[in-house]
Design a protein around this ligand. Structure first.
Ligand SMILES: *Cc1c(COP(=O)(O)O)cnc(C)c1O
Length: 957
């Protein structure tokens, strides 16, 4: 598998340590002669796949892009006026090129290490501030996955929150009521979640008032899918009177003109930020948002950026209230969401920074004006327009003529929304022009009504809902109006951060590998990016071919029978897989099977997802060697045998080891009538070597944003395909926008193909690598992890190993003994690595007091050695603490990371020289990264929760 230096294949560029000399040096350190002998020892024989992957042969970058061009040419772009939650928008080129297409932004990791993430945290804080202002609520999170699932999260949150608040009225047990004018995909997603959890949902026209009965929570949509805008204040007041909580799904652009939900008394606002500059992407990825009233923040799902202070008292950003998240709370978490839509939230926030409040309002007024012209002109032509008050969407009655008019519009390159045989919806947006309006009208056989006619007064927004309050008053939304200034702002923020374009990100379980430029290029081509998810099939042939092909390749790779790429994160893949298991048991009349066994070491999303699937979580103990405790497993199987639904195992385990007995575990579960869920987030250790669908799994999810090269985006987007055996295929995710088609399982994402927009990345990766290349990548990942384990074991003992003392694709470094002896913690080491220019490994997962390292196949030996050198140097500093050269409190470890300001301060009086503080190894003198802030006080930020942009004066210090 080694090559000479003249080679030009993509595989040789994707794999970092590929030269023979490098591979030999690494093998020597691990004690093997060949990569295959290492792999044969590490991977248990009884799970090895017996034949190589049957994929298309590897293509070059040029060939791959040519194939993508052909697929793109099979899609037809159109003026998208379908609406229903998705709108044409203009991504400002400065934002497209310098954020969406800029590795400094898209290769960043989730900002768990805040000191090296201040840039993206500021951008996300801008997003939160923008949402808070527009919806009129005090606390917003940093994004959710899509609008429909955000509503589902809000519904579940209302149910949690009303447990205490609604006690007296009995509302906590009541039903959830959705307005009939909510998006159809929203209604389908909420119903699916409610079915799994066993609560009642009623859909009713709330402009007529609330239905009878006990109500837990109410969901309204502003504007409704029909375009209707009505004053919600009465319904909201009536709902509160009856002890219910209220969520409003609201359009952010409309809110520049319409009274925000918060001012009307809503408890929660949710929605999509797509039309703030994020391409349609055939349905996703887009950032959803959620904002809440004070008092609900601790119950809110998703990540939340807060303001705290660093070690010198300067304001510094960090993720707040992380204890709500599944990593810590597991089955008691507020939600299973982990990866969200950070990159898209950042794009949306920059769109607001770029346009400012006046610009956004002007865009909204123009769209509204075009919609009014359409309504006035259609009315003048004798057609009935359904609502008198709307923002951007006109619903028009065309008895018996819908398909004719839709076809006439399509012939002019315009997509409208066919609601039924007699009704059409038309949505205007930022891209609508006078010419488009004229074309739409012509399709209806109408003409633009006289400018002098009643366009001035007809179809005005109801005065009762006209917005009077200010928004986006913070200077950040006013000071970057010129492109020069905005470009510098974008660059300034990314320069504060460490992403993959500057350093390896050795995060266990997250597989931060190369996101090749050739893989990324196609995503912003208009033939992929500007397709509406509900465009007619005749316009989306290329998309559907690409998706079907990717699903087929993933089926072959995993050894399952069917794959659905709909779930838009790993957590959602888990939910999809568990709901498939549930559907299967129910179809066999085994409704009582609701216990899900989960090993103690599992990722937090596993337990949280099981709860959302209506299952009861039973934890299985981990043995001292990190494997599943078989005695405990058998006891739990015996105890719950009649109620056993599934086990969720991660393979290789979260300990980075191939447990030799995985088949045994699967057999025991199957024998008891249960199903096996294999969390495939660690598939980077399996591709080409073993297939979960063949060694005992019934269903798995994969993370394309880990193994298959979709960049992490600072915390999303992601794609979490669910892969299943044939018996579970009938329960794979259905289509939320077409729920009448009852043949499929519960829909998981708002749109049928989830985060379709980023699938060309994984498709390209598979084509570029071919079966051989993918298998080589896995082997190289194993070699790199074992090389690090072998080199560092004497300095930081490797906690778990499998056969032959080998690890899989990652290793856990145990700091606990050093901590006991010296007080230096794993966190100190993580922060000290910043001074060496590195992103920290995974801290404290799955074992507290440890660091988990995953180099991936993409890192060169030189970069891996740079990391090893840093770790060995840090170990020497720990020894200096042990020897009393300096106290822990006065050590470069506890004081890490060191800012430039700290290092050149005139009152330097530490027990170690400045040189050691900032240039602990020589190579740093030329290439030094200085974090913008010192170590951040996390607890302070949680005690005094501040989640919007602080005034600039706070930074003058
Ligand atoms: C990353 C990960 C998940 C969750 O995936 P998201 O896309 O973040 O929701 C689940 N399980 C394991 C083992 C993981 O590493």
């Amino acid at each position: 598998m080694t090559v000479n230096s003249a080679s030009t294949s993509f595989v040789d560029r994707h794999i970092g340590a590929r030269r023979e000399a490098d591979v030999d040096a690494m093998l020597k350190a691990v004690g093997y002669d060949t990569v295959d002998s290492l792999v044969d020892t590490a991977v248990p024989k009884d799970i090895r796949q017996d034949s190589p992957l049957e994929l298309t042969a590897a293509l070059s970058e040029v060939e791959t892009l040519t194939e993508l061009r052909k697929l793109a040419a099979k899609n037809k772009t159109a003026v998208q006026m379908i609406g229903q939650g998705y709108y044409d928008t203009v991504t400002p080129p400065v934002i497209r090129r310098n954020i969406l297409e800029a590795p400094a932004w898209y290769t960043a990791y989730t900002p768990y290490q805040p000191e090296i993430s201040q840039g993206r945290l500021e951008a996300l804080l801008n997003f939160q501030t923008m949402v808070q202002d527009l919806v009129g609520l005090p606390i917003a999170n940093a994004s959710l996955l899509d609008e429909a699932t955000a509503v589902a999260e809000a519904v579940l949150m209302m149910r949690r929150a009303n447990k205490t608040a609604g006690q007296k009225s009995g509302a906590h047990d009541g039903k959830t009521v959705l307005d009939a004018d909510c998006l159809p995909q929203t209604i389908a997603i909420v119903k699916g979640r409610a079915e799994a959890l066993g609560f009642e949902v009623e859909v009713a026209d709330l402009s007529e008032g609330l239905p009878d009965g006990v109500i837990n929570g109410v969901v309204l949509q502003q504007p409704g899918v029909s375009g209707r805008v009505f004053d919600h204040s009465e319904v909201i007041a009536a709902a509160k009177e009856r002890g219910a909580l209220v969520t409003v799904a609201a359009d952010l652009l409309a809110l520049t003109l319409i009274t925000p939900p918060g001012e009307q008394g809503a408890d929660i606002a949710v929605g999509s930020a797509q039309r703030f500059g994020v391409p349609l992407f055939y349905g996703g990825p887009h950032a959803a948002y959620m904002a809440v009233q004070k008092g609900l923040e601790r119950s809110m799902p998703g990540r939340l950026v807060g303001v705290s202070k660093d070690s010198t008292g300067l304001p510094a950003y960090r993720l707040a209230l992380q204890t709500r998240e599944q990593h810590i709370r597991r089955e008691k978490a507020t939600s299973n969401i982990c990866t969200a839509q950070a990159l898209l939230a950042i794009v949306a926030s920059m769109y607001a920074v770029y346009h400012g409040p006046e610009g956004l309002k002007a865009i909204a007024e123009t769209a509204h004006g075009h919609a009014r012209t359409l309504a006035t002109s259609l009315k003048a032509a004798g057609l009935a327009v359904r609502h008198a008050s709307f923002f951007d969407t006109v619903t028009v009655s065309v008895p018996g003529k819908a398909s004719d008019f839709l076809a006439a519009a399509e012939a002019k390159g315009i997509n409208l929304r066919g609601i039924d045989a007699d009704t059409i919806g038309i949505s205007t947006d930022e891209a609508t022009t006078d010419a488009v309006v004229a074309d739409v009208l012509a399709a209806f056989g109408a003409a633009v009504a006289d400018a002098g006619s009643d366009a001035g007064t007809d179809f005005r927004l109801d005065a009762a809902v006209e917005r009077s309050s200010d928004y986006l008053q913070h200077p950040v939304f006013h000071t970057h109006r010129s492109e020069t200034q905005l470009l510098r702002y974008v660059r300034k923020l990314s320069d504060r951060d460490l992403a993959l374009d500057r350093t390896m990100i050795p995060l266990g379980s997250c597989t931060m590998k190369l996101n090749a430029t050739a893989e990324m290029e196609a995503i912003s081509w208009p033939e992929f990016a500007s397709i509406h998810p509900f465009a007619p099939d005749s316009q989306t042939e290329g998309w559907r071919e690409l998706i079907a092909d990717l699903e087929a390749q993933l089926t072959e790779i995993t050894g399952y029978d069917q794959v659905s790429i709909q779930p838009n994160a790993g957590s959602q893949g888990e939910l999809a897989g568990l709901l498939a298991i549930r559907g299967y048991h129910h179809s066999r009349g085994e409704q009582q099977r609701n216990v899900c066994l989960i090993p103690a070491s599992a990722h937090g999303t596993n337990a949280a997802s099981a709860v959302l699937a209506g299952m009861k979580v039973v934890v299985v103990a981990t043995a001292a060697d990190g494997t599943i405790d078989h005695a405990d497993l058998n006891a739990k199987i015996e105890l719950h045998k009649d109620a056993l639904s599934a086990i969720m195992i991660t393979y290789p385990s979260t300990h980075g080891v191939y447990d030799a007995d995985v088949r045994e575990v699967c057999d025991a579960i199957h024998a008891a009538g249960g199903q096996v869920y294999i969390d495939g987030a660690n598939l980077n250790a399996l591709v080409g070597l073993a297939q979960p669908g063949k060694f005992g799994g019934d269903v798995s999810h994969l993370n394309l944003h880990k193994t298959f090269c979709i960049p992490h985006g600072g915390g999303g987007p992601g794609v979490g395909p669910v892969a299943a055996k044939a018996h579970l295929a009938p329960f794979m995710p259905g289509n939320a926008a077409d729920p009448a088609n009852g043949a499929d399982g519960t829909p998981i994402s708002a749109s049928k193909y989830g985060s379709a927009g980023v699938l060309p990345i994984s498709w390209a990766y598979v084509k570029l690598m071919g079966g051989r290349g993918l298998t080589d990548a896995t082997k190289s990942a194993l070699l790199a992890a074992n090389y690090i384990a072998a080199r560092l074991n004497d300095f930081f003992p490797v906690l778990y190993t499998g056969e032959g003392g080998l690890v899989a694709h990652e290793c856990i470094l145990d700091l606990r003994e050093l901590t006991a002896k010296t007080g230096v913690t794993a966190e100190d080491v993580a922060k000290r690595l910043i001074d060496y220019g590195f992103h920290a490994p995974t801290l404290a997962f799955p074992v507290a007091g440890t660091l988990m390292v995953e180099p991936t196949e993409s890192e060169d030996l030189a970069e891996i050695d740079r990391f090893i050198t840093a770790m060995i140097s840090i170990r020497a500093e720990i020894d200096q603490v042990a020897h009393g050269d300096f106290t822990l409190a006065d050590s470069p470890l506890r004081n890490a990371p060191h800012t430039a300001a700290a290092a050149i301060s005139t009152d330097w009086n530490r027990g170690y020289p400045r040189e050691q503080a900032v240039f602990p190894v020589h190579s740093l003198k030329q290439d030094k990264y200085f974090p913008p802030v010192g170590r951040i006080d996390g607890a302070l930020g949680d005690r005094n929760l501040i989640c919007s942009c602080p005034p600039l004066s706070e930074f003058e210090n």
